[in-house]
Ligand binder design. Structure first.
Ligand code: PA5
Length: 355
């Protein structure tokens, strides 16, 4: 399969995922215009909990990575049922579920309602939209029709606006404008019409083909490493793993020896001005794993601001997973196992095995 064969690509990508990915910058600009209604009436919460799962938690991960160096209020990403005990008086819950039907997120909202914690809901509708409407919660209503993982712009920018409205901004307007410009350029460079020699995403997809991709980020880009893993799993239906420096230096580095390492391909997510101690660790990791590794690829974030860098790496990962799917002749859009799991989970126990 040649990634520059646009006819073949069109036959495999039956749901036109490439168009959705190519419109990522446009999606982000549209998302930036969306506002919560009724307006958010919270000022300076002492804790922000962002509840979401899968693709709807990925936006929260990006914001948490921005918040780590910009915000003096703790911001937790909560993946699971209920809420952590710390989410009580003075906290704010931002509940993200693209479909609005994710039971873990619904349970987080129920817990917030029971504790009297204010909630902002970000959703295209579903049960979360209905629950938010029935309690008159602040909510941002997203356009529907996308796969949640491909709605990342809609899951990042309204939450960014909600945080700013509460007096807990994690990015400035300059950061946002820079991010939009960087994403626009990144997408232009990575779309299918750009041939492999000049297309970084196609080259990375070819490099990792046939080996287990192991994605490593630094302390900030680690959240994006996880997103690369999940995009490869959902879009290409390929197992991938993700890790973070410096933690992997204390455990996972041991795997990179002998025959086993021949089947692994490390992808290192780098930033131009990483702290010297992190850059040093990436250099050492490369040196040590190189003799045994099946392959190593380094990719670099674009832009200056945190948001631009994270989203540029996310966008590259989306396209890498897209081309990895095409190499396997797999339609990146549908997720039949995930869909069937949710169907069975929602069905009465006696009907769970029916098709
Ligand atoms: O990408 C996907 O489809 C999944 O990871 C979903 O995001 C996840 O199952 C949660 O669903 P939702 O995003 O609709 O809350």
């Amino acid at each position: 399969m040649r990634l520059d064969d646009l006819d073949a690509l069109g036959r495999i990508d039956r749901h036109d995922t490439r168009r959705v990915l190519a419109e990522f910058a446009l999606q982000c600009r549209r998302a930036l215009q969306l506002r919560a209604s009724p307006p958010i009436a919270v000022n300076r919460p002492r804790l922000v909990v962002m509840a979401g799962m899968g693709g709807s938690a990925a936006g929260a991960d990006v914001l948490a990575a921005c918040a780590a160096e910009a915000l003096d209020v703790p911001l937790l990403v909560h993946r699971g049922y209920g809420l952590p005990a710390a989410a009580g008086r003075g906290a704010l819950v931002i509940a993200s579920s693209y479909s609005g039907d994710t039971v873990e997120v619904l349970s987080a909202v129920e817990a917030a309602l029971a504790r009297g914690v204010p909630v902002v809901a970000i959703t295209s509708g579903g049960a979360l939209g209905a629950l938010a409407a029935s309690h008159d919660l602040s909510r941002v209503t997203l356009p529907d029709g996308l796969m949640p993982r491909m709605a990342l712009g809609y899951l990042v920018f309204p939450a960014l606006g909600a945080l700013a409205a509460c007096g807990t901004p994690v990015a400035s307007s300059d950061d946002v404008e820079e991010a939009l410009q960087v994403i626009t350029t990144a997408v232009t460079d990575l779309r299918p019409e750009v041939v492999t020699d000049r297309n970084e995403a196609k080259r990375v997809a070819l490099a990792i083909d046939g080996r287990l991709p192991v994605i490593y980020g630094g302390p900030v880009t680690g959240a994006v490493a996880y997103r690369w893993k999940t995009d490869l799993e959902e879009n290409a239906k390929r197992l991938a793993t993700a890790g973070v420096l410096p933690e992997m230096n204390h455990n996972e580095i041991e795997v990179w020896r002998g025959e086993e390492a021949r089947g692994l391909h490390a992808v290192l997510l780098r930033e131009g001005d990483e702290p010297a101690e992190i850059a040093d660790r990436f250099t050492l990791v490369r040196e040590l794993i190189d003799p045994a590794a099946g392959g190593i690829t380094e990719v670099w974030a674009r832009g200056r601001g945190r948001l631009a860098r994270l989203l540029s790496l996310v966008s590259l990962g989306q396209w890498v997973s897209y081309y990895a799917a095409i190499l396997r002749e797999t339609d990146p859009w549908p997720v039949p196992m995930l869909t069937e799991f949710k169907r069975r989970l929602g069905a009465p126990a006696g009907e769970r095995s029916l098709p």
